[in-house]
Design a protein around this ligand. Structure first.
Ligand SMILES: NC(=O)C1=CN([C@@H]2O[C@H](COP(=O)(O)OP(=O)(O)OC[C@H]3O[C@@H](n4cnc5c(N)ncnc54)[C@H](OP(=O)(O)O)[C@@H]3O)[C@@H](O)[C@H]2O)C=CC1
Ligand SMILES: N[C@@H](CC=O)C(=O)O
Ligand code: NA
Length: 438
């Protein structure tokens, strides 16, 4: 056997990875050279569906990360600790690392990559974004000739699964979330999915690769899908939209105020539920499927589509990373950092303020049925330079009237100022929802 794998975690993704490694027939011949040497879990007495070689299973994960026999450590336990410490221990012990852990990479990427570069080892993370979709290698290698302008992704399988079933079956949020957990799509704490945090981790990683600088996670604006109601899905449908949780990173034409220098282009980076026109390619990405739409020069638009979560698809990405490292170890006696596989970002991207974002909005108001209420809304929006594309009175609930507006492209800051004023109006009962429109 050629290369010894120390697997940390044998849950959904760990078991999927072991399954591929244990059945190499019909796959790339390099797989024959990969040996599952040790597998670390929390509870070794738990019954496992997988038949592993004897004495492979242990609950001493640190021993795996530092074992001199292990060539590649594969971290699939998830969460921040002990995952971060184990990755750092593996690096310090001269091991290459494969991980599916976007939470650790988006928060501790700088520490991890600096340690890895100093030690001359690789950190591979294809499974961390888009599950089985080869988006990391695409951005790192295949699109390297491009100036990337935009990355827009449906990058969380759990929320896309929930929104799709709410849309197609009118299903209940809690029931669909339980199904996503059962299917192994959701994070250990599904709040990370539902509140958009998992998508924020992922777009931070994608933006960093697309724009060639580090991203501070705190700079990613983030809204989840808890507030999306069946009514909004229904109204959006009538207006020709579907609602998707989008993760968006865009290079802004705007330049920094200090010097107006083109070098200091700002990046707009955000996660929020979004009304997407039914004719847009991302609108038909349903269920656990993910898609990442990239716009670059000279490639134009490119969309990658596939399963973003689940044992098999995610393990496909993990094993491809292991194989990339094994291929390097096989061909180079002294591994040197491969410029297309390693990460050497030195600076942080500058992030545009949300108020500066230019976008369209959808808003649903419950108003008292008093004369002139639509006029008051229109006047207030107009005073703040918010131009409306449509204003529709959509229904009556007792003595309240429901009004839905869709704006043209406006500055987020202007729209929010108008909303603050409208909220205080006597004739406004409540603002039921506000969504951005792609
Ligand atoms: N599930 C998915 O579809 C996807 C997951 N990912 C990422 O992959 C990673 C793994 O996710 P997933 O497979 O779903 O997670 P699971 O919860 O299914 O599995 C976690 C595994 O790690 C072990 N483990 C967890 N904590 C510890 C600990 N402190 N000490 C020892 N062992 C521990 C568990 O042991 P035991 O079995 O004994 O409980 C289990 O085997 C995460 O980073 C996740 O974000 C990425 C893409 C898709
Ligand atoms: N919980 C995540 C799993 C993959 O990263 C998702 O639902 O997409
Ligand atoms: Na991927």
């Amino acid at each position: 056997m050629g290369f010894k794998i120390g697997l940390l975690g044998l849950g959904t993704v760990g078991a999927g990875t072991a399954e591929i490694l244990l059945s190499p027939d019909g796959r790339h011949p390099l797989l024959q050279e990969l040996e599952i040497y040790r597998v670390g879990v929390r509870d070794i007495s738990r019954p496992r569906s997988l038949q592993l070689p004897e004495n492979v299973l242990t609950s001493d994960l640190e021993a795996i990360a530092t074992d001199p026999e292990v060539d590649i450590v594969v971290e699939l336990i998830g969460g921040l600790e002990p995952a971060r410490s184990l990755i750092l221990q593996a690096i310090a012990s001269g091991k290459h690392v494969v991980t599916a852990n976007k939470a650790v990479i988006s928060r501790y990427g700088e520490e991890i990559f600096e340690a890895a570069n100093a030690k001359g080892v690789y950190i591979m993370l294809e499974a961390a974004v888009g599950g089985g979709i080869p988006v990391i290698q695409t951005l790192k290698q295949s699109l390297g000739a491009n100036r990337i302008q935009t990355v827009i992704g449906i990058v969380n399988g759990t929320t896309n699964y929930i929104l799709t079933r709410m849309q197609t079956e009118g299903a209940d949020f809690a029931e669909v979330l339980a199904d996503a957990q059962q299917l192994g799509y959701a994070e250990a704490d599904p709040a990370a999915d539902v509140d958009g945090l998992d998508a924020a981790d992922k777009i931070a990683i994608l933006a960093s690769l697309a724009f060639g600088g580090r991203i501070k996670l705190a700079d990613v604006y983030c809204e989840g899908i808890r507030q999306v109601t069946a009514s909004d899905i229904d109204y959006a449908d009538k207006l020709g939209f579907v609602i998707k949780l989008l993760a968006i990173a865009q290079k802004n034409c705007q330049t920094t105020e200090e010097n107006g220098d083109k070098e200091n282009e700002l990046i707009s980076i955000r996660v929020h539920p979004t009304c997407v026109s039914k004719t847009h390619p991302l609108a038909s990405v349903n269920g656990v499927y993910n898609a990442i739409l990239v716009e670059g020069e000279p490639i134009g638009q490119l969309m990658l589509y596939g399963r973003g979560a689940g044992a098999g698809p995610t393990a496909s990405a993990v094993v491809s990373d292991i194989m990339n490292i094994a291929a390097i170890l096989k061909t180079e006696t002294v591994p040197i950092p491969h410029p297309l596989l390693s990460c050497n970002h030195q600076h942080y991207c500058q992030i545009a303020k949300m108020e500066e974002l230019v976008t369209r909005f959808y808003a649903r108001f419950l108003t008292r049925d008093t004369p002139g209420v639509i006029g008051k809304l229109g006047t207030c929006f107009g005073n703040h330079k918010v131009s409306l594309q449509s204003v529709v009175q959509t229904g009556i609930h007792g003595d309240l009237v429901e009004i839905v507006v869709v704006s043209h492209d406006v500055k987020e800051g202007n729209f929010q100022q108008a909303i603050a004023e409208i909220r205080a109006m006597e004739s406004i009962h409540s603002i039921a929802s506000i969504l951005r429109v792609l």
